[in-house]
Design a protein around this ligand. Structure first.
Ligand code: GDP
Length: 298
């Protein structure tokens, strides 16, 4: 997986380094600083991080030229600082059990795959895991999740397509509680086209969960597709409003040049980033090391 991570962020890095290299080795002046800032923003790192890096570079450095400046080192340090504040693996510490993790995100973001990966990760940590197929809206969503459940080797609670998601969640929490499950991972519909309905559905799921355990859901994890770049950021905005978000998983960081968006998301929202997806198999979800990622990016 390390190679996949490297491969993924390598593309992001190539883009960043390419953008910076385009600036040549001129002496640093306001103009060049402006261009560096633009290059960082064009690399998806986000305006906040770009401005901080610019400020640091400008700080007493006007005597030096671009090469002496060590821009990439400064970028790496700033990126690490931002990521270090948000890198937080999901901890299973709810009492009473089960810990309920609601997984949200638009269709295609990698939600189903991420649920399977999380289930696999918790299984490896010796937790009892159960899935709830709460996306009853999208045709085939239930079947896909059931296939993953079988592959990972965890029980799943499902219902009919078009059925009541909150009802499935109710059944699942009851069953999970009765059978001593540690972690219940709940899939949800990703239909942002109809915000009102999605909001109502998620609110109903919350009410049902709350009746059984006032602390549930313990986590509301938003799955974001890194390849969508800045679009991923607007999804955070919308889902915060629609569902409340306690943490993020960013997927498809293998092979995209837009990995910088991880930094932009961290800087702007400060939400915990629990893990990153670096491939399509159940082993391809990993907590990330801010130091390692920042060194690969810059
Ligand atoms: P959902 O519609 O949000 O449930 O998305 P899926 O989980 O079905 O994933 C959509 C597609 O993205 C599938 O082809 C997955 O195999 C793929 N996918 C999900 N996560 C990753 C990832 O981290 N890396 C790569 N390369 N593909 C991924």
């Amino acid at each position: 997986w390390h190679d996949k991570l490297l491969g993924g962020f390598r593309r992001t890095s190539d883009r960043l380094v390419g953008n910076l290299a385009g600036l040549g080795t001129a002496r640093l002046d306001e103009n060049t600083l402006e261009e560096i800032e633009e290059a960082l923003i064009a690399s998806d790192l986000g305006p906040e991080t770009a401005t901080r890096i610019r400020t640091r570079l400008a700080d007493g450095s006007f005597e030096r030229n671009m090469e002496e400046l060590g821009i990439r080192l400064v970028v790496a340090e700033e990126v690490e600082k931002v990521l270090a504040q948000v890198a937080k693996p999901l901890e299973i510490d709810a009492f009473p059990r089960p810990q309920v993790i609601l997984v949200i995100g638009v269709n295609g973001s990698g939600k189903t795959t991420t649920i399977a990966k999380l289930a696999h990760l918790f299984m490896e940590q010796d937790y009892g895991v159960m899935l709830a197929a709460g996306d009853t809206f999208r045709a085939a969503a239930i079947g896909q999740l059931a296939t993953w459940a079988e592959r990972v080797g965890v029980p799943i609670v499902t219902g009919p397509e078009g059925g009541d998601a909150a009802g499935i969640v109710w059944d699942a929490v009851k069953k999970a509680t009765e059978t001593g499950i540690d972690v219940l991972i709940v899939d949800t519909a990703g239909r942002l086209q109809n915000k009102r309905e999605l909001m109502d559905e998620l609110a109903k799921i919350r009410r049902v969960l709350g009746r059984i355990n006032p602390a549930a859901p313990h986590d509301v994890v938003l799955v974001l597709d890194a390849t969508t770049g800045q679009n991923a950021l607007s999804q955070i905005e919308v889902f915060k409003e629609v569902a409340g978000v306690t943490g993020l998983v960013m997927t498809k960081l293998d092979g995209t040049a837009r990995g910088g968006v991880l930094v932009a998301a961290a800087e702007r929202y400060g939400l915990p980033i629990h893990a990153i997806g670096v491939g399509e198999s159940m082993n391809d979800l990993r907590p990330f090391d801010p130091n390692e990622v920042s060194r690969i990016i810059a």
